[in-house]
Design a protein around this ligand. Structure first.
Ligand code: HEM
Length: 174
């Protein structure tokens, strides 16, 4: 997975829990505490999963809490800094979410070995979207946290529920 994900997790842990907790996280994951990540480098998926597990242990939070914290931080703090232009073209959470399939395709197109998640959109009615998640990584809880983060970014009260391991239901306020 792209180093951007790990860099974002690191920023989140450092700002919420302190530098020492990030060093502890890396050590718990079996890595050097001085490990450094850049957005475009590739980090083995296995390592990323270990880091996520370690964050849960070190910060003493559940996987669901970690997923929500990551989703919030990625959408509201990290991505606007690094990928601000993608947000400019969307004025509502509905518009941004509908661009997600295309954005993941574009942002990783020129990066060898990237394997972005892809999305399909199915409307139950004009306010209810079924977001189909296509990825072998199985990170539906992180997807849930990210979609909640999108609602917060646009100050919209989204109702997001997991309906299976590859589908979320999103109800928009309008
Ligand atoms: C402008 C905002 C965003 C950008 C630029 C972006 C970009 C990326 C990149 C570069 C990766 C790593 C892919 C790889 O290494 O193969 C990734 C992973 C991921 N993104 Fe985004 N992302 C954004 C917002 C979102 C949002 C809002 C969602 C939710 C709909 C989302 C869902 C995911 C998921 C679930 C993953 C984990 C990888 C997987 O499940 O296979 N992203 N994103």
């Amino acid at each position: 997975m792209k180093g951007a994900i790990v860099q974002c997790i690191g920023d989140l842990v450092k700002s919420n829990f302190g530098n020492d907790k990030w060093e502890k996280t890396l050590e718990t994951a079996g890595m050097s505490k001085t490990s450094f990540f850049t957005p475009i480098q590739n980090v083995d998926d296995e390592k990323v999963m270990k880091i996520i597990e370690s964050v849960c242990k070190v910060a003493n939070i559940s996987h669901a809490q970690a997923s929500d914290a990551f989703g919030d931080y990625w959408v509201n703090v990290y991505a606007p800094k690094l990928y601000g232009s993608y947000f400019k073209g969307a004025n509502t959470s509905k518009e941004l979410l509908l661009k997600m399939d295309d954005i993941h395709d574009k942002v990783t197109k020129n990066i060898p070995n990237a394997l972005p998640p892809r999305f399909e959109y199915e409307w139950k009615n004009d306010k209810t979207l079924i977001l189909k998640y296509k990825s072998k990584r199985g990170l539906i809880d992180i997807l849930l946290g990210l979609v909640k983060g999108v609602g917060k970014y646009y100050k919209e009260d989204l109702k997001v529920t997991k309906i299976s391991n590859d589908k979320l239901q999103v109800i928009f306020p309008h």
